[in-house]
Design a protein around this ligand. Structure first.
Ligand SMILES: C[S@@+](CC[C@H](N)C(=O)[O-])C[C@H]1O[C@@H](n2cnc3c(N)ncnc32)[C@H](O)[C@@H]1O
Length: 273
């Protein structure tokens, strides 16, 4: 089933799975930002949804958030595209979390099953947002909540701009913005309970440190029109100089546009269902 879905979605999804699989064993060493955003998203849970019975952590990675969602009387399923991530999650888990390898765009669950779908920094890796939200709508119970975070188009703008001054290749993934997400929410028939945007600026000692972090968490360039040959040291050096913009001795800053949303499946039988 999963392989059929991956073939249908094209080569990029296989690349995404391979990149995260390679990163899995050391993901937690690099994923400071992901944990920070995950903690923030967990705070959005109201008491009613936090005490829900069936929870899906969509794109659970090594399970940082699902371990915090898991509590007595709660049934948590971690789903991830990369089996190696789930192996890590299981090795860190002392509770009874359940693990499913699958794709957010083709969820292997029956209709109206979950009270809460939680997803931290995953849907930016999905090519078809409409499909993700439609799938989440399908598996949520009426009244069920979808709480998600994702990165918006301003993310890594300094890196993208620096590369644009060096060549015409797509070196940094493009991310969907608020309008596309709002359209996917309403297209799926979900009630939009709030979508917030925030810019986070993180300082790095140098550009290579930023690139090492991206590689460390498995965030590779998977754009369909990415350069297919290895990028030479000369080009990387020019990009770094452009990024530094004439300030070789200062730290660099990277922007991350964080989008956090909460939506709900309508309760009424004829409204959005
Ligand atoms: C940046 S990590 C976030 C992991 C975790 N949610 C966290 O907070 O640390 C993104 C995760 O999404 C998974 N992923 C990417 N595309 C996916 C898809 N289409 N369906 C399910 N999981 C996916 C990756 O394998 C990876 O584990």
């Amino acid at each position: 089933m999963l392989d059929r879905c991956i073939r249908e979605a094209g080569l990029d999804k296989a690349l995404i799975r391979a990149s995260f699989a390679r990163a899995a064993s050391r993901y937690d060493e690099w994923a400071m930002l992901q944990r920070r955003v995950g903690d923030r998203l967990l705070q959005f849970l109201s008491l009613d949804s936090a005490s829900s019975a069936a929870i899906l952590d969509l794109g659970a990675g090594t399970g940082y958030c699902s371990r915090r969602l898991n509590r007595p009387h709660v049934f948590v399923i971690d789903l991830d595209l990369a089996p190696a991530m789930l192996v890590e999650a299981r090795s860190l888990d002392e509770r009874k979390t359940h693990y499913v390898c699958g794709d957010a765009e083709f969820l292997p669950f029956r209709e109206r099953y979950f009270d809460l779908v939680f997803s931290n920094l995953v849907i930016q890796w999905c090519g078809d947002l409409q499909r993700v939200f439609a799938e989440v709508h399908r598996i949520l119970k009426p009244g069920g909540i979808f709480l998600f975070s994702t990165f918006g188009p301003e993310t890594l703008r300094e890196l993208r701009d620096a590369w644009r001054r060096v060549d015409f290749g797509t070196h940094v993934n493009e991310f969907s913005g608020g309008p596309a997400i709002r359209a996917a929410v309403s297209g799926a028939g979900l009630e939009n309970q709030g979508i917030e945007r925030d810019l986070i600026h993180i300082e790095y000692d140098d550009v290579l440190e930023l690139m090492r972090e991206l590689k460390g968490i498995g965030a590779h360039n998977v754009a369909a029109d990415r350069p297919r040959s290895l990028t030479g040291k000369g080009k990387i050096g020019r990009m770094i100089a452009e990024y530094r913009n004439g300030n070789p001795d200062q730290k660099i800053s990277a922007t991350f546009e964080l989008i956090v949303g909460r939506c709900r499946r309508y309760r009424g039988p004829n409204v959005g269902s």
